[in-house]
Ligand binder design. Structure first.
Ligand code: P6P
Length: 331
């Protein structure tokens, strides 16, 4: 059985940055993931479920486990001496790890510590999403520009899904690989090498409770998915309200995830930097496509730490088909 550390070392020739830094990053991510796994798996027993009573920068109810996950990832990452700055969904401003240190050859981490956390109370899979860049090092000190890099500059992206099992999925630009946690010994073992969207794709994921708020192009696409097809029946609708859960299933089974702009979220709901960019990097590495309906996600130039974007990701043919509907009916 191949551990995550062994796999990284055996594939070091594909990583164009310091392999020691990558191992340190994963050492922090694995430690935090195991701690979150433990808390998530017994949340109902420790009263660690429910709202913390606070709201986060997005004005959303912060769950107790959101706060726990945020703290555990920040503390793990800052103690490896290679991260100079962190941005989290749970904090308004970016976090400087050490004001005095030189940021050359250090890393920037953007993270959604516990995406989909409102599902904790009902036992639906949730996840941590992370995105890593080299610091731009344009100054001796950290600035917002180090965080506002477009997604094509990511050196590492991944998620941990806390579901029927806990799986860490990542890419450094050399394919997508999944590692399942053996909680009895606290080790992540290679379980999903070289993940790719399958040729046959039959799932569409969208909250069609928002149907009346969608554009015509999105509405037409949903109707297209529901029509009988020459090569078989209509597509299957699957949507659990947890990006990591919906995306992980769609990448393995074959399906498209759509969170378009609506009247409630005119710029989309999902955040570009720590949700869409990492998932888009993984999507493309798995042979798929990720866009905002018009533009490749990884080419969007960020202007704000918490900016939102409409988000479509999945197999190339499904995403292109939807983009055509948008082009034909929304422009
Ligand atoms: P809605 C969770 O809050 C999240 O950010 C994603 O994980 C999920 O896909 C989406 O929002 C669900 O949003 O509006 O359908 O409940």
């Amino acid at each position: 059985m191949y551990t995550l550390g062994e796999f990284i070392i055996d594939n070091k020739k594909y990583f164009s940055h310091s392999i020691e830094s990558l191992l340190r990053l994963f050492s922090a991510i694995k430690l935090a993931a195991k701690a979150v796994h433990k808390e998530v798996n017994k949340a109902g027993l420790t009263k660690n479920i429910g709202s913390s009573g606070k709201t986060n920068i997005q004005g959303e109810q912060q769950q107790k486990l959101d706060f726990f996950a945020h703290n555990i990832f920040i503390n793990s990452l800052k103690n490896r001496d290679i991260v100079c700055g962190i941005a989290s969904e749970e904090s308004k401003d970016f976090i400087i790890i050490n004001k005095k240190e030189n940021i050359k050859d250090k890393y920037i981490v953007l993270i959604d510590p516990l995406d989909g956390s409102s599902n904790i109370d009902v036992n639906v899979p949730i996840g941590t999403i992370f995105s890593v860049y080299k610091s731009k090092y344009n100054n001796d000190f950290l600035t917002i520009d180090d965080f506002l890099q477009n997604g094509s500059k990511q050196i590492l992206a991944g998620y941990i899904i806390y579901g029927s099992s806990t799986i860490l999925v990542y890419t450094t630009g050399n394919g997508v690989h999944g590692f399942t946690l053996d909680p009895s010994i606290g080790t992540f073992y290679l379980s999903h090498p070289d993940l790719m969207f399958p040729d046959e794709n039959k799932i569409y994921s969208i909250n069609d409770g928002n149907y009346i708020k969608f554009s015509n192009g999105i509405k037409k696409y949903i109707k297209y998915c529901q029509k009988e097809k020459r090569n078989g029946g209509p597509y299957t609708a699957r949507y659990i309200g947890s990006l990591v859960g919906d995306f992980h299933r769609n990448m393995i089974r074959g399906g498209i995830y759509i969170y378009p702009q609506t009247s409630l979220h005119p710029k989309g709901k999902l955040r570009l930097l720590y949700e869409c960019n990492p998932i888009a990097f993984i999507t493309e590495q798995a042979g798929g496509k990720a866009s905002n309906g018009y533009k490749r996600i990884l080419e969007i130039e960020p202007i704000d730490l918490h900016q939102r974007t409409p988000f479509i990701c999945g197999p190339m043919n499904m995403v292109s088909k939807l983009e055509n509907f948008i082009k034909n009916y929304d422009e």
